[in-house]
Design a protein around this ligand. Structure first.
Ligand code: C2E
Ligand code: MG
Ligand code: MG
Length: 285
């Protein structure tokens, strides 16, 4: 058998085992999101982590793609949602953002299934924000659009993730009812130059003119934060505020209160432990 095929089959089989053995191998890390002006916490983004028994930590960018190709993404996505609403039940004042693969959103009953899960967990849909990348919307699949519309009608929010790097961004703002855009890290990095800042300012102006909130993602330095503030960005997310954290670390980080001031004076970064398995709060799969 071709080596690449063999590798893929083994990887998929391992991923299937990980989903079955989710309590030991999978966990969610939470990255804080805050108000850009006050730095008060407004929400968290759930980011999945896989600790492979032999290979160790696997990059989500890689295994999500495998999960999509093998069809395991639906099962994985369901686990992520159930786990995230269980964890976030302890943080009733925060919005919960989860990432959605287009392959999940393309399922006919995707919207209904999400609402059913939220109901059974007694989780208010208005606290949930679904992050979907522009890439997923490129082919204008009507099922995805219907599902997003249904979820918004039920009170959930929709955010366009990695905004600006996909194609036809402007038409997405016009055609798809979204509540938020998340400006991609590449724009944040560029915001320290005058040209880059002008671009970010234009994106923000466009969003506000359409009643859309804006989160800047990937803020790593105080200078970037200042620039984003100057151009009137709503919310911030990035290593400057905190890296993704395991549940127990996030709880401690929050309790410290003054965590932002206490973080690394150079980069402002809090310690990265989002990749450490923390199964204390894991629920049965
Ligand atoms: P994303 O949704 O855009 O998530 C942001 C990614 O940027 C995360 O990487 C996060 O750790 C990283 N990040 C956040 N702040 C900074 C920063 O200041 N600097 C830098 N350099 N990076 C920062 P992660 O966790 O490796 O996730 C990568 C991508 O994998 C995510 O991008 C998302 O597309 C996908 N992903 C992660 N978790 C899930 C999930 O639960 N479900 C699905 N469908 N996709 C997920
Ligand atoms: Mg995201
Ligand atoms: Mg993003």
């Amino acid at each position: 058998m071709d080596e690449a095929v063999q590798f893929r089959d083994q990887f998929n089989s391992d991923l299937r085992s990980a989903i079955i053995d989710c309590e030991r191998q999978l966990h969610l890390a939470y990255q804080p999101i805050a108000n850009a002006t006050s730095e008060a916490l407004t929400g968290v983004e759930a980011l999945v982590r896989w600790n492979h028994p032999e290979k160790g930590k696997i990059n989500p960018g890689t295994f999500i793609q495998f999960a999509e190709e093998s069809g395991l993404i639906e099962e994985l996505g369901e686990w992520i949602l159930r786990q995230a609403v269980t964890d976030a039940a302890n943080w009733p004042d925060l919005r919960l953002a989860i990432n959605i693969s287009p392959l999940q959103a393309r399922q006919k009953n995707f919207g209904e299934n999400i609402i059913r899960t939220l109901k059974s967990a007694n989780f208010d849909p208005s606290r949930l924000e679904l992050e979907i990348t522009e890439k997923s919307l490129l082919d204008g699949d009507p099922v995805i659009l219907q599902n997003l519309k249904y979820l918004r009608k039920k009170g959930a929010k929709v955010a366009l993730d990695d905004f600006g790097v996909g194609l036809s961004s402007l038409s997405h703002i016009r055609d798809i009812e979204v509540d938020r855009i998340k400006i991609d890290r590449s724009f944040v990095t560029a915001s320290t130059s005058e040209k880059g800042r002008a671009l970010v300012q234009a994106i923000i102006g466009l969003a506000y003119a359409n009643d859309i909130s804006v989160t800047a993602e990937g803020i790593e330095t105080k200078a970037q934060l200042e620039h984003l503030r100057q151009v009137g960005c709503d919310e911030i997310q990035g290593f400057y505020l905190s890296r993704p954290l395991s549940v127990s670390r996030f709880i401690r980080w929050r309790e410290r209160g003054e965590a932002i001031a206490e973080s690394d004076p150079e980069t402002g970064a809090a310690p990265d432990d989002g990749d450490q398995a923390d199964v204390r709060h894991a629920m049965a799969c």
